[in-house]
Write a protein that binds this ligand. Structure first.
Ligand code: GDP
Ligand code: ZN
Length: 297
């Protein structure tokens, strides 16, 4: 049989096929051939099932997209944990305050989206709070890289219809620091959506494992969402310094135009990217994020 993984809990996966849920484990064979995260939420899989189960996942179909992070507690080992596969949209949630608005975070996630072959949208929540964020300017910055910015408030309901439109018929993964309002937003657009704690930390520093649950939630108006807790390093786990420039789409016209072939666009003279920033063809805020992300790599 063929189905879709909608829930991953520890070593047990829930596969949906023809409207029915099947609990399945993963055959050892699959583990060895596919690496560390052989099966993730969102994967299309082949599986065998005999009552009363559990069934066995025998093969994973090729992924059209994936969203990964380094395995918790093993950030420096370069071990990939796929959080969700075959989703098409990254919804980057931030707030104007509580916690403080940080553009740099949006850019980190936007880079992860390009890298993971996902389209990105930004949701700025809590606009009912008093704040000093220049929202129009933020919208202008992201319009230049085709990332729509939607303003929302769970308190007064502004923007919630827009958010529904954004999520409708898409398979979205919601990311953002904890406290920005991801669960509140999902509960506001679909009351009764019983979000469980999507705890993805599956390995602590001491190497002990706790149970992991990641789930794909169906939306009544069409589409699915995956909600994840506040992850700082998500999606950038295997990024190369020289790859980063390609993940800022607005740099593209200038790449290859710098004096030095392997220009980092940070300190070299006659850099076409820095020139574009001075000429206001590239937003300085985006360039600053580029430098900061590069320094972190
Ligand atoms: P999550 O960690 O991203 O899922 O954030 P939560 O949904 O748990 O929200 C964190 C806190 O922010 C809660 O106390 C919410 O009531 C509050 N909150 C969420 N959305 C809004 C909003 O639009 N305006 C205001 N003022 N508070 C909000
Ligand atoms: Zn350069």
């Amino acid at each position: 049989m063929t189905g879709r993984v909608i829930r991953a809990k520890g070593r047990m996966f829930t596969v949906v096929a023809a409207g029915r849920e099947y609990q399945c484990e993963v055959l050892k064979k699959v583990k060895q051939t596919e690496g560390v995260t052989p099966v993730a939420v969102g994967d299309e899989v082949d599986f065998a099932f005999d009552e009363p189960g559990p069934g066995a996942i025998t093969a994973v179909h090729e992924r059209t997209s994936k969203f990964s992070r380094p395995r918790v507690g093993e950030e420096n080992k370069g071990i990939e944990q796929v959080i969700a596969a075959n989703v098409d949209q990254l919804v980057i949630v931030v707030s104007v305050g509580r916690p403080k608005f940080k553009q740099y975070l949006i850019d980190r996630f936007s880079v992860a989206a390009v890298k993971g072959h996902l389209s990105a949208v930004v949701v700025i929540n809590k606009i009912d709070l008093k704040h000093k964020v220049d929202l129009e300017h933020v919208q202008e910055i992201y319009a230049a890289v085709d990332i729509p910015v939607t303003l929302t408030s769970c308190d007064d309901g502004r923007g919630l219809d827009d958010l529904r439109e954004i999520l409708k018929d898409h398979e979205s993964i919601l990311v953002g620091h904890s406290g920005v309002g991801k669960s509140s937003l999902l509960n506001a657009i679909q009351p009764g959506l019983q979000l469980r704690t999507n705890e993805v930390s599956d390995a602590t520093n001491k190497g002990t494992h706790t149970t992991t649950t990641i789930e794909l939630y169906p939306l009544q108006f069409g589409g699915y969402v995956v909600d994840t807790p506040g992850l700082k390093v998500m999606g950038l786990w295997d990024l190369d310094k020289y790859e980063l420039e390609n993940l800022f789409p607005e740099f593209k016209p200038y790449l290859g135009q710098c004096k030095f072939a392997r220009c980092s666009h940070v300190h070299e003279p006659e850099c076409a990217v820095k020139q574009a920033v001075s000429d206001r063809e590239v937003f300085a805020e985006r360039y600053e994020s580029y430098v900061r992300i590069r320094n972190d790599l």
